[in-house]
Design a protein around this ligand. Structure first.
Ligand SMILES: Cc1ncc(COP(=O)(O)O)c(C=O)c1O
Length: 240
């Protein structure tokens, strides 16, 4: 694959050039229905470019595969088998990952206690029982670090029937854990590891940065492209 390809951008250029008009949302009709005061502030271009991926840029059956091609490029760039883009941020992606791994299971999910509230919301919505792993308190810096492989291993000893483990790395304070060690601990028990890497979109792209989840052998990785990447607000991705 050519990482210089930009399939969605090309499709948008084509959409503009051919002056297409769709009958699907958004209701502002590429800006035609927008209040003048809004246009004065935002200009018309954001509305012109606000087009559905399926039933907009592409046809309803997504036969041109613009989005799929872009997701395949992402998967290749970050060393994943599959990648999906999602909107509603990692708050939605993390719930999808939790449901995929632990939905309907009785054993619960090992979860770092320093989890973001979207994970806690995922537990509430899914009914999956949390099997908390205590993060490491750093008394010198007065911050906590994500759980270590030893912490995760101890949690597995306590809850061997859990469906998988979920850790947040980088932590909200910006420190990372030994993901390869944690992945190993999980895989020794034939269990999957989900990494909430919401703050790590940049990690795969510079060798001096800490290892990122896919490289470290995690099974599912959630990343907020809109945080440390260059995506629009709410752009997130799930890779496995
Ligand atoms: C660790 C962590 N996970 C998930 C999320 C949710 O991400 P988003 O804002 O992309 O919905 C956040 C948001 O701050 C976060 O810090």
């Amino acid at each position: 694959m050519d990482q210089g390809d930009a399939p969605l951008l090309d499709a948008l250029i084509d959409y503009r050039k051919s002056k297409r008009y769709g009958f699907t949302p958004p209701g502002h009709r590429q800006g035609r229905g927008v209040d003048e005061r809004v246009l004065e502030v935002l200009g018309s271009q954001p509305f012109r470019d606000d087009v559905l991926a399926s039933g907009g840029l592409d046809d309803r059956r997504t036969r041109n595969k613009y989005l799929k091609h872009a997701e395949d490029l992402m998967a290749e760039a970050v060393g994943a088998e599959v990648a999906w883009f999602s909107t509603c941020g990692s708050s939605a992606s993390v719930k999808a990952a939790m449901l995929a791994v632990a939905g309907g299971s009785d054993g619960g999910l090992l979860v770092g206690r320093d989890s973001h509230k979207s994970i806690v919301a995922g537990l509430i919505f899914s009914g999956v029982q949390p099997r908390w792993i205590t993060p490491r308190w750093d008394a010198d810096r007065h911050i906590s670090h994500p759980p270590s492989p030893e912490d995760v291993s101890a949690a597995w000893d306590k809850y061997p029937d859990a469906a998988g483990a979920l850790v947040v790395s980088p932590s909200p304070y910006g420190t990372c854990t030994d993901l390869a060690g944690i992945a190993q601990v999980c895989h020794d028990r034939a269990k999957p590891l989900i990494v909430d890497e919401a703050w790590g979109a940049h990690l795969p792209f510079h060798e001096d940065l800490p290892t990122w989840a896919m490289d470290a052998g995690a099974d599912v990785c959630v990343v907020s492209v809109h945080k440390m990447g260059a995506g629009f607000e709410q752009l997130s991705g799930v890779s496995f």
